[in-house]
Design a protein. Structure first.
Length: 437
């Protein structure tokens, strides 16, 4: 029989630790949870991300296995690399168990890269929770959704199927699996959905909050303040999957209608994202801006690159309208952070955002493939500050009520305790977060 302490010891495995667990880690440390993290991000970067924490955590850096040589490459290099990572991580875990006496109550593993495939064999008494995010499909990558995309190739479709083998293995091999939204749960085959628990990892709305004194420096001497006509876009990579094309197509009309408008794009321009890769040296952004030459006032378009969290929050605090367009994919933290800062969001409801935004109450929804409708929605917000502020206030209330990290931290601990009981029925009665309501 397994038992879990009130403040358990948890091993967290994430290739880019802390990744999605950033706010959860901070909330757990405040609760006295002992955390042993394993990841491939340098320790100094991890320390910088979690620098505000007084209670330290144990972090083990591990080297990813060397890439496969072309001569030995199998049919699917990514899948083979995931299998090798699973073997290598298991060897590291056995070393921590046998050499350092690490015997956690629970192991939580982002399963997208294969690291968790053999951890149940290393720590059989620990609760193993997988975090598989999404069961892939052509539609989630834009095929059959975005008319700008060509038909999917048979080779890519087969690759998606093979990558789903990792998600299936993770769900079936763990005591339970956690996904943040109903949309992500429903992407999985029906026989697997009963093993999935809905717990959004949450954000810290005390950090992401309105600030009437906020200032955002664009880097070219321009300083933006709350109340300015500022449109914001933020994502890890500025790519088609996150709606950069219809967003840019809406800008000429917006700039003509509002000569005072400023547009800020935050995110990597050339770093590969979730979708494909542009051959243009300036990435998808550079490629698309070339096509818009003569139609945009580039002095009012500010591509500020990837921003550290404090600057990203400042950007959201001065935002009059935050645009969040996406293929039917995972829900970005950025849109919840923008909402927590009181920004009025305009997005599309084809994926998990439909679970968050109630049109006219806490934001607006438009068709992904309708740039004129997007421009019209943003203009209505800019022309009615009182309505915009009301939507932003409701957006923040939504985050506080349904996406609070403190609730998520407790929900994870409750799930661990539930799965540690021999009589647990968790696999047939999955838990549900407020985000699912």
């Amino acid at each position: 029989m397994r038992s879990v302490a009130l403040a358990p010891r948890i091993v967290l495995v994430h290739r880019h630790f802390p990744g999605q667990f950033r706010y959860l880690v901070m909330a757990w440390l405040r609760r006295g949870v002992v955390i042993d993290a394993i990841g491939a991000r340098p320790a100094e970067e991890v320390g910088a991300l979690l620098q505000q924490q007084d209670q330290p955590l144990s972090f083990t850096y591990w080297e990813l296995p060397d890439p496969l040589a072309p001569a030995s490459a199998p049919l699917d290099v990514d899948l083979e690399s995931a299998l090798r990572r699973g073997e290598a991580l298991a060897e590291l875990a056995r070393g921590l168990r046998d050499g350092e006496g690490l015997h956690p109550d629970a192991v939580i593993c982002h399963s997208g890269w294969g690291e968790g495939l053999h951890l149940h064999a290393v720590w059989p008494k620990a609760v193993l929770l997988a975090y598989p995010e999404l069961y892939g499909s052509p539609r989630c990558l834009g095929y059959g959704f975005d008319p700008r995309q060509p038909p999917i190739s048979p080779q890519l479709e087969a690759c998606i199927d093979r990558q789903n083998l990792l998600a299936s293995a993770a769900v079936l091999g763990a005591d339970g699996a956690v996904v943040p939204t109903r949309f992500q749960r429903d992407s999985f085959p029906a026989p697997l959905q009963g093993r999935l628990h809905l717990i959004h990892e949450g954000i810290d709305a005390s950090l992401a909050c309105p600030n009437p004194e906020a200032r955002f420096h664009c880097g070219d001497g321009l300083v933006l303040r709350p109340g300015d006509p500022v449109i914001t876009v933020a994502c890890r990579s500025l790519e088609p999957l996150r709606g950069i094309e219809p967003m840019l197509e809406a800008l000429p009309a917006l700039m003509r209608a509002r000569p005072d408008l400023q547009v800020v794009l935050a995110g990597h321009a050339t770093r590969p994202g979730y979708g494909g890769v542009s051959s243009h040296p300036g990435g998808f952004l550079g490629e698309l801006l070339e096509q818009l030459q003569g139609r945009l006032d580039f002095s009012r378009l500010h591509a500020v690159g990837w921003l550290p969290l404090d600057q990203l929050i400042a950007l959201f605090q001065v935002s009059a309208a935050h645009i969040y367009l996406s293929y039917p994919y995972t829900l970005s933290w950025s849109v919840l952070q923008a909402m927590a800062c009181g920004a009025a969001v305009v997005g599309n409801g084809d994926g998990p955002l439909a679970e968050v935004i109630e049109p006219g109450r806490n934001g607006l929804l438009v068709n992904f493939n309708d740039p004129p409708a997007l421009a019209g929605a943003v203009l209505r917000l800019l022309q009615d500050p009182a309505w915009r502020r009301a939507l932003g206030a409701e957006a923040r209330r939504t985050v506080q009520q349904r996406f609070a990290v403190d609730w998520a931290a407790e929900a994870y601990l409750d799930l661990i305790s539930q799965l540690a009981k021999p009589c647990s029925t968790a696999s047939t009665s999955p838990g549900q977060s407020p985000a699912a309501g």
